[in-house]
Design a protein around this ligand. Structure first.
Ligand code: PNS
Length: 180
């Protein structure tokens, strides 16, 4: 009897230990910036596993393919043991459901992000019960966006302080290829 009870307790304990706290950092990541990486690193310290999901944003055209974006993220997060990189082209909440993800992590740069992000968080909560957690972007990155980086790079601006080295190289190569 004692043995059986102990067995029951240990199975219960095992189940709770095994239930990993998993979050997703979704975005276009076209390309990943130092602002994204700051949020990813801080999220990785809060969860057992963080999936960086490259999603298709239907309102934006992209400079890099999904595969290229995933490779850049994988290379620049290789030092973080609990990060996985994936892609998805459907609803974010469907991805969360099929991957046992309980939380969405988003960076908030400024009040201008807030309306849109709040709306998405509320829709996602209502649709699925998945929580969205907002992290304040570090002040050093508050002006930074992938769109701004692409615009600067397009006109030959120096974006080396805004993106990892491999992304800077990839941007220069893509701009040179496009020839304008
Ligand atoms: O980096 P972005 O482009 O600002 O990221 C926006 C993204 C891709 C996270 C958002 O558009 C998204 O979640 N798209 C997936 C489709 C979806 O779930 N849409 C409903 C949101 S309410």
């Amino acid at each position: 009897m004692v043995f059986l009870r102990l067995k029951w307790i240990s199975a219960d304990l095992l189940a709770s230990v095994c239930h990993m706290k998993r979050a997703v950092c979704p975005g276009s990541f076209d390309p990943v910036t130092l602002g994204h990486l700051d949020i990813i690193e801080r999220a990785s310290a809060q969860f057992d596993e963080v999936v960086i999901a490259v999603l298709v944003n239907r309102t934006k055209s992209s400079m890099f393919t999904v595969q290229e974006r995933m490779e850049m993220i994988a290379k620049t997060t290789a030092h973080l043991p609990n990060i996985r990189v994936d892609s998805w082209s459907g609803l974010l909440v469907e991805y969360c459901k099929s991957n046992d993800i309980q939380s969405i992590v988003k960076g908030l740069r400024a009040v201008t992000d807030f309306d849109y992000e709040l709306q998405m968080a509320q829709v996602n909560l209502q649709a699925s019960g998945v929580e969205t957690m907002f992290m304040a972007t570090a002040p050093a990155h508050s002006f930074l966006s992938s769109s701004l980086v692409k615009e600067l790079a397009h006109y030959g601006g120096d974006v080396s302080s805004m993106v990892p080295k491999i992304v800077n190289e990839a941007l220069k190569a893509r701009v040179a290829e496009s020839g304008n």
